[in-house]
Design a protein around this ligand. Structure first.
Ligand SMILES: Cc1cc2nc3c(=O)[nH]c(=O)nc-3n(C[C@H](O)[C@H](O)[C@H](O)COP(=O)(O)OP(=O)(O)OC[C@H]3O[C@@H](n4cnc5c(N)ncnc54)[C@H](O)[C@@H]3O)c2cc1C
Length: 456
């Protein structure tokens, strides 16, 4: 095992943490506590500042056979960053510089420890925007890249992968490589960069990223549609898309969840009527275009049973609605688990009603929130479900329905450490072996983030 002294020789004595109390926050993430993997006892935290220092640490880890767990913002929900074996947590917090907001090529170049919040602010200051919005703005760019995060605002332009154009990576064996660049097209050989995206920190340490930006949308509006019937709300989603309007976001929330999250944030949920809500975020080249889209969306929603419409135009009002939606996962406690299934967008209505039948069968309620425009719902299984001994049974039935509808058991939170059994169950042997082979060719000694993302 690597010693603290050896790490101090690489990064300096100020950047190695051995005090148990100070290490503790680095051993948990945002996974629901009941599902959180247990951290190992003997952990050292190291905070390098350059790719060269990371390279030295990884070479040493190979020589001393020591697991290295890369740590971003700790907002992951699948336990991916948790150090489950004695080893070293490599925190990216000092990689916090935005190097460039390039308004000519519409790209940002930033170190991997920059937070989403800081990137959004820097882009905004240059009249640019970065549409993806996975809920917690404390997530770091490196974490967002290797988790291929989604979140709200993915309907029109897609998830993180669509924005990642280049990166600098330190491979587990210590070589520093650059992939892609400020390029919209780059077909040079096998797409290794796309393997790093969604690799959950097992194929390399991302140190710098190049991300696509968009000019700030001159017109935006956030609308909240209230429904008395949650199935009517969800059934509106394919109809909005079929009408030819592609919003930035179409989000779904149960009323209880919306109000509870608003209270948690000391805010007020603006809609008064209904039991279920669709939040639709529109963008356009000017306000007239957005207004025209808004009229069309209102027509579709009313036709599908919306009982009230609220339109937020001021930036602050729009930001408040997005904030309430984004913080749901932190507000709804105690929850035994928060699922992350997705089905083809056209099947989302059937999916919702099948899960309602499961809830009825077990005499429980399953609150729902989700990125409805992406077919991605988060069913929240409250602690009382686990207390009644129903957790595994209900989860299994929900997963089975999703798979039958052509869906997936995790759309954006990933496998991490929490989902290994799911990967094992829902992936065929050949693909599991290919994943192991890829891991071995990047990381022959399995030092980077063991126990994560693949079935061993
Ligand atoms: C309230 C809340 C709402 C959320 N909403 C969404 C949502 O809507 N959509 C969504 O997709 N996710 C969502 N998430 C999950 C989370 O924000 C994302 O998974 C995010 O990508 C994690 O980034 P992080 O920096 O916090 O990574 P961490 O949690 O620190 O780490 C996650 C994984 O990335 C690896 N990693 C981190 N940095 C690097 C790096 N530089 N190089 C290599 N590996 C690295 C770690 O080793 C680990 O395996 C939400 C989380 C919370 C708490």
């Amino acid at each position: 095992m690597i010693t603290a002294e050896a790490l101090k020789d690489i990064v300096g004595s100020d950047w190695v943490v051995t005090d148990k109390g100070q290490i503790e926050p680095y051993t948990i993430d945002s996974t629901p506590p009941a599902m959180m993997p247990k951290a190992a006892e003997n952990i050292i935290v190291v905070k390098p500042a350059t790719a060269e220092e990371i390279s030295e640490i990884l070479k040493l880890a190979n020589r001393q056979n020591t697991p290295i767990y890369v740590r971003g913002g700790g907002t992951g929900m699948a336990g991916a960053a948790i150090p489950t074996r004695d080893g070293v947590v490599l925190s990216m917090e000092r990689f916090d510089k935005i190097e460039e907001i390039d308004t000519r090529s519409l790209m940002a170049v930033a170190q991997a420890g920059v937070t989403l919040g800081d990137l959004l602010e820097a882009a905004d200051a240059q009249n640019m925007s970065f549409p993806p919005h996975p809920g917690d703005e404390g997530a770091q760019l490196g974490g967002l890249v290797v988790c291929n995060a989604g979140g709200a605002r993915a309907v029109k332009f897609g998830v993180m992968r669509n924005y990642i154009k280049g990166m600098e990576v330190v491979l587990p064996t210590g070589e520093i490589v650059t992939m892609g660049g400020k390029l919209l097209k780059c077909n040079t050989g096998l797409p290794l960069m796309h393997l790093i995206i969604d690799s959950e920190g097992i194929l390399g340490v991302v140190t710098k990223v190049t991300l696509r930006l968009y000019p700030r949308f001159p017109g935006t509006a956030t609308m909240v549609f209230s429904y008395d019937d949650r199935n009517a709300a969800i059934n509106t989603v394919p109809a909005i898309l079929q009408a030819g309007i592609i919003p930035l976001a179409i989000e779904y929330m149960d009323r209880e969840i919306a109000e509870l999250t608003a209270r948690y944030l000391n805010m007020t949920w603006p809609a008064q009527k209904g039991k279920a809500y669709l939040i639709v975020i529109l963008s356009g080249t000017n306000e007239d275009e957005v207004f025209l889209q808004a009229e069309q969306v209102v027509e579709v929603c009313q036709k599908h049973g919306a009982v009230d419409t609220l339109m937020a135009e001021r930036r602050e009002e729009q930001a408040d609605i997005l904030k309430i939606r984004s913080e749901v996962q932190s507000a709804v406690t105690p929850n035994a688990d928060s699922l992350d299934t997705a089905v083809p967008p056209g099947e989302i209505g059937i999916f919702m009603s099948e899960v309602d039948k499961i809830a009825d069968k077990y005499g429980t309620k399953i609150p729902v929130v989700g990125h409805a425009g992406d077919g991605n719902l988060h069913h929240i299984l409250m602690q009382e479900v686990a207390d009644k001994g129903l957790l595994d049974q209900i989860k299994e039935e929900i997963y089975d329905v999703a798979i039958k509808l052509g869906g997936t058991v995790t759309a954006e939170h990933g496998i991490g450490k929490k989902g290994i059994k799911l990967l094992d169950r829902y992936t065929d042997e050949r693909q599991k072996q290919l994943m192991r082979d890829i891991k071995r060719s990047f990381d022959p000694n399995n030092i980077l983030n063991p126990d994560t993302g693949i079935v061993s």
